[in-house]
Write a protein that binds this ligand. Structure first.
Ligand code: ACO
Length: 376
């Protein structure tokens, strides 16, 4: 039996962590609809929920914060980041530095919640340190009086961020923390299933998230909106892009057949935080893009995905465009690590098969006798 291309519709694991209800446009974390959590729970509370299966009590949250505070510190002074200098892709820098820190820690053996916390604590510190180093500045130590989202912004800028920026980023981090069996989560679970360590699983997941079909899209959304320029230019620009078989960034999803619920929340946040001109451009692009995609491909039911308004929200808190994927990773690490912990319960190696469509009758020829045709 051959699975459909891209494993579409194939169920590869049972999970209690999260689920995407694609036709209803609903996302659930551990029984909570995302609308119950967004804007109410902090990222730390949601990370606890994903790892433990229930929201923390105040003493449980205090204990988590007490553990995570020292874990945010860079124990190697950003060694790999300094070696990479400024020109590296931020996702490559994050992948490399996390790999080094995990090897130094060391993170090994059966995955634990403490290891999940350490990895989650480190992501914003690494991204912020990379950003400062490439701008010729020294990395900043995290502050014990700031939470996860506030620390990220503080370590980037050196200033205590305004409350509205912290709230926006915290909500973004909550919204992106997990999402069913997406490509990077699947990657993490495959690596975990070999009984490799949690850090290796997370480093692999960063690589999977980097691609433009997954977490690399929001910067491309901003590029697209910038190229479009004005609301009046939306129709000719998109018509031309579609005529040239280009994909519209921030549209379409493997599972959602209606608007992504996260996009709806982020849209309202973008409405409040963006300039009226930018929001009008984004909204016009969204409406025209949906209408045109569904006119051209009625069977596909293509709508805006989370990446479309992520770009506007991350832009509004002052993040540079090329740090959007690393910020996405800084959120999703909680989900990845929760999935690794879950995979280890009753683990079985994930090892599918392939359908061999090559030849099986070739004979070895000594190199002097090979012709180009034989090589090919
Ligand atoms: N623009 C134009 N056409 C599209 C788009 C789009 N954004 N998305 C899908 N289509 C079309 C495809 O061209 C294809 O048409 P065809 O059947 O005529 O060849 C059809 O719809 C099905 O698309 P697939 O790419 O096969 O759908 P799949 O489920 O494999 O991919 C994906 C989903 C990768 C998100 C896709 O919609 C896409 O590339 N979107 C743009 C990139 C993007 O926004 N990525 C972020 C995803 S969200 C996330 O990962 C957090």
């Amino acid at each position: 039996m051959t699975a459909p291309k891209g494993l579409e519709g194939i169920v590869v694991a049972q999970t209690n962590i999260s689920h995407v209800f694609g036709t209803e446009g609903k996302l659930v974390y551990r029984g909570y609809n995302i609308n119950e959590l967004a804007g109410k729970a902090s990222y730390e509370e949601v990370a606890f929920l994903l790892w433990n299966g229930h929201l923390p009590t105040q003493p449980e949250l205090d204990a988590l914060n007490a553990k995570m505070r020292p874990m945010r510190k860079l124990t190697d002074g950003g060694y790999a980041l300094k070696a990479l200098k400024g020109g590296a892709n931020p996702m490559d820098a994050l992948r490399t530095e996390i790999s080094l820190l995990a090897a130094l820690a060391p993170i090994s053996g059966t995955a634990t919640i403490d290891q999940a916390m350490l990895l989650t604590a480190l992501f914003p510190t690494v991204v912020a340190a990379f950003q400062r180093l490439r701008n010729g500045k020294e990395p900043l130590e995290p502050r014990d009086d700031l939470g996860h989202a506030a620390n990220y912004l503080y370590m980037l800028t050196g200033e205590v961020p305004p409350e509205n920026h912290v709230k926006s980023l915290d909500t973004y981090l909550v919204l992106l923390a997990d999402h069913g069996m997406n490509a990077s989560t699947f990657t993490a679970r495959v690596i975990a299933s070999t009984e490799s360590d949690i850090a290796s699983a997370i480093v692999g997941a960063i690589g999977a998230l980097k691609g433009p079909l997954h977490g690399g899209a929001p910067a491309l959304v901003m590029d697209m909106l910038e190229q479009i320029g004005t609301a009046e230019n939306v129709k000719p620009w998109m018509d031309n892009a579609l005529a040239n078989h280009q994909k519209l960034m921030g549209f379409g999803h493997r599972v959602y057949k209606t608007t992504d619920p996260r996009a709806e929340i982020l849209r309202e946040m973008a409405r409040q935080s963006s300039t009226p001109a930018f929001f009008a451009l984004a909204r016009t692009a969204e409406e025209y893009g949906i209408a045109e995609l569904n006119r051209r491909k009625p069977d596909q039911r293509l709508y805006t995905n989370v990446e479309f308004y992520s770009a506007a929200v991350l832009n509004s808190v002052g993040l540079p465009r090329d740090l959007y994927p690393t910020t996405f990773a800084s959120s999703r690490v909680a989900g990845w690590t929760a999935h690794v912990l879950e995979q280890m319960v009753g683990n079985r190696l994930i090892r599918p098969q392939s359908e061999y469509v090559g030849r099986e009758d070739l004979k070895f020829a000594p190199i002097a006798q090979r012709t180009p045709a034989a090589v090919s």
